[in-house]
Design a binder for this molecule. Sequence first.
Ligand code: LLP
Length: 485
Amino acid sequence: MVSTHPTGVQHSGSQYLPQRRDINANPSPNQELLPLTARVHNHDSLEIAGCDVTTLVEQFGSPLYILDEETLRSACQQYRDAFKQHYKGESQVLYASKAWNCLAVCAIAASEGLGIDVVSGGELYTALQAGVSPNKIYLHGNNKSREELVLAIESGVTIVADNWYELRTLVEIAGEQGSRGAGGAREVNSPSSSPSPLPIRIMLRLTPGIECHTHEYIRTGHLDSKFGFDPNDLGEVFTFVSQQPTLNCVGVHAHIGSQIFERQPHQDLAAVMVQWLRDAGKYGLNITELNVGGGLGIKYTESDDPPSIEEWVKAICEVVQEACAVENLPLPKLLSEPGRSLIATACVTAYTIGSSKVIPEIRTYVAIDGGMSDNPRPITYQSVYRAVVANKMSYPLTQTVTIAGKHCESGDILIKNALLPKTEPGDILVVMGTGAYNYSMASNYNRLPRPAAVVVANGEANLFLQRETYQDLIRQDSLPERLKI
Ligand code: LLP
């Protein structure tokens, strides 16, 4: 897949640039390797949204996450528009913010009309602080704490109930809230006129028993999963919920896994979920929302071939519409909650190359100034990434090297067998497709400060996550008096 120059020399960079197939092409971000605004300028330099990557690193430091606003917005719009075009009922796309939960990303997604899926009190708090409307926030989780549930209830967000323990806890909390009167458990300084949090708006998460081909750790729809109610308990769950005046069950939810390239599992899921809708009616529940989860894959390497956002949405809409027609059911409000396919391709991580080690006949290691702390996916899931050298975009690809992180761990390898131009210390290595599950899973392993993140648009770069400092690293430390030396 590497482009070959007329001289017969392989050239880097350009083969990864977004493919503008024709002037009106609206590339699906999840089918590209680099952000949509990536260009080579001055022959050798990579720019994103009109910002020179090497200059960004000089300005904001290294490593640096660079988020292309246009690519993220375009993915949001493509999801939204595809549902409008292919679904005759109401629809709502939620951004699965576990992919990257922070104020700026939540705000961009919400400004495109998306709701936000959160999975913890921390993600919920962040989404609320970003100004996201509570009626577009959905709280997930297989073991939500009482505090998280109370925060969700009092904020007025929808809770996706995962299990019996949670349902009973919700009924219990509702009882306490009810006996205290509307808004009784609110903070002292919150407005007393705020609406009653009862009944609690919930959805039910069920395990659909659908297998899909993805990494074992990111598969959730098969029956042996920690998430969701067993579908064999469906009748019992519906009966229980229909008898609770403090619970307002509006829909059903399922999620079958992540980084999925086939359309069939989601189509099967949609068909199964319509059966659940039908069954809910038999138990006196009027369910009007159906959430098919996320899971559409992205292109991390040239050989990855996911369907486009529009193709994926269309496939699901068709099945839901057909199944509802067969069952003679009104169309539910259709929700989906993509994470990776919204944000992964929009971001690259820029690193500075430092040391290298040549082991003759075996391998050449080229080390960068980050690694498993800013991108834990290769060591966790054996994920494969592609990289370019931002200041050598047109240089011939003359070496196959292994990109090593700087952590004290032999497995801290970002890319095995990367085809690159000859590199030197100070070159800027850009790893592509790092917007999803990189910052959000980043750690301070070896006490490395987390990198900064900038959002780029129209030649402008704005910091949205500051680089951590050494002071930040010891902020939560305390040294008990008797341990002082
Ligand atoms: N909804 C639910 C309930 C989920 O659990 C997930 C992802 C999503 C939506 C979004 O799925 P996506 O569209 O991003 O595939 N850390 C792993 C991925 C874990 C996914 C967890 N759940 C990784 O780095 O590959």
